[in-house]
Design a binder for this molecule. Structure first.
Ligand SMILES: Nc1ncnc2c1ncn2[C@@H]1O[C@H](COP(=O)(O)OP(=O)(O)OP(=O)(O)O)[C@@H](O)[C@H]1O
Ligand SMILES: [Mg+2]
Length: 310
């Protein structure tokens, strides 16, 4: 049922010695949300997910998950959660089917339901042809899909997925997200951490973590709109030289590099585009494709982090 609270944390905190890995987190998640967790390395994403999965002790504060108290009733929460760890979590020597069966046993999936459920999941994950292959011999993308299938075997209403697509090729990433979208449409509540901003953009809401705190929490569009200014994109022949020229021009707020391209955040794209082109010409730096461009999550994210680090 959409619109009811399924996860609620109050001052949720986890300390590792002095380090507040998760610091006073107040987060409310509604049933059926697809919530993206982003933030730089060490921001506290994994720690948050592990706390919510009941895999780490809480230092301060608390949370309710699916109506149960995380501290007092962890055993009641376990069947409600499908948790996919950031690191490889399969049994490499076991086959695809054996891995599924292992997780089924772990979560006491009734035997009568098991073969139908396994067949559904294998087809869902596109792994039907690979049932007998050892997990270690699957491609990276297939391993991720199998791990997801394993976390779905007990039909949990809440999924906690920790960077499920990191290091996976773009096609497999897209396939994985098609599966997530399908689950989302079936009203599964999903919290997924990701380093990929195009994935964050597909979420209904995004939480940006920084040094253990959730510093921004809003729908992707609102996060993009928070960025002051407009974006200009240009492909210079020598981006380092171009960057040095552009960064000091009036009205330039920020210069980010994207492979061959420079993304320049300016106060006004219309006003600054001719000035930037003139400056590049004056310094005899060849370029092409200079034009205004939409602000994406990626720029918004980098800009937000940069401001936090100032
Ligand atoms: N088991 C642990 N023992 C000690 N410190 C830890 C432990 N796990 C995490 N930390 C620390 O807690 C902080 C948050 O780590 P966490 O793994 O949650 O970050 P993350 O956002 O998932 O990072 P990444 O993007 O690298 O996966 C870091 O400073 C990390 O060093
Ligand atoms: Mg992590």
């Amino acid at each position: 049922m959409a619109g009811t609270t399924i996860i609620e944390t109050h001052g949720l905190t986890r300390l590792f010695k002095e380090n507040r890995a998760v610091d006073s987190l107040d987060l409310t998640i509604q049933t059926g949300e697809l919530f993206g967790l982003v933030g730089p390395d060490g921001a506290g994403k994994t720690t948050t997910l592990r706390l919510l999965a009941g895999l780490l002790d809480i230092s301060e504060g608390g949370a309710t998950v699916a109506g149960f108290d995380l501290k007092e009733q962890p055993e009641a929460i376990k069947p409600k959660i499908g948790y996919m760890a950031q690191e490889f979590s399969l049994y490499g020597e076991l086959s695809v089917m054996e891995n599924l069966m292992f997780f089924a046993e772990l979560f006491d999936v009734p035997k009568v339901k098991l073969s139908t459920r396994a067949a559904e999941l294998l087809s869902f994950a596109g792994l039907t042809e690979f049932t007998d292959r050892r997990a270690a011999k699957l491609s990276g993308g297939m391993q991720k899909k199998l791990a997801l299938a394993c976390t779905l075997i007990h039909q949990p209403p809440i999924l906690l997925l920790d960077e499920p697509t990191t290091g996976v090729d773009p096609i497999s990433r897209r396939e994985f997200w098609n599966i997530l979208t399908e689950l989302y449409l079936q009203d599964t509540t999903i919290i997924v951490s990701t380093p990929y901003m195009d994935e964050a953009d597909r979420c209904s809401r995004v939480g940006l973590m920084y040094k253990g705190e959730m510093v921004v929490c809003a729908p992707p569009r609102q996060i993009r709109d928070q960025i002051e200014g407009e974006m200009i994109q240009v492909y210079p022949a020598n981006w380092q030289a171009a960057r040095d020229v552009i960064v000091d021009l009036p009205g330039v707020l920020e210069v980010q590099t994207y492979g061959e391209a420079l993304h320049i955040l300016v106060d006004s794209a219309e006003a600054r585009l001719p000035e930037i082109e003139a400056a590049l010409k004056a310094h005899e730096i060849d370029y092409h494709g200079a034009r205004p461009a939409p602000t994406r999550m990626e720029e918004a994210f980098i800009s937000l982090i940069r401001h936090l680090e100032e």
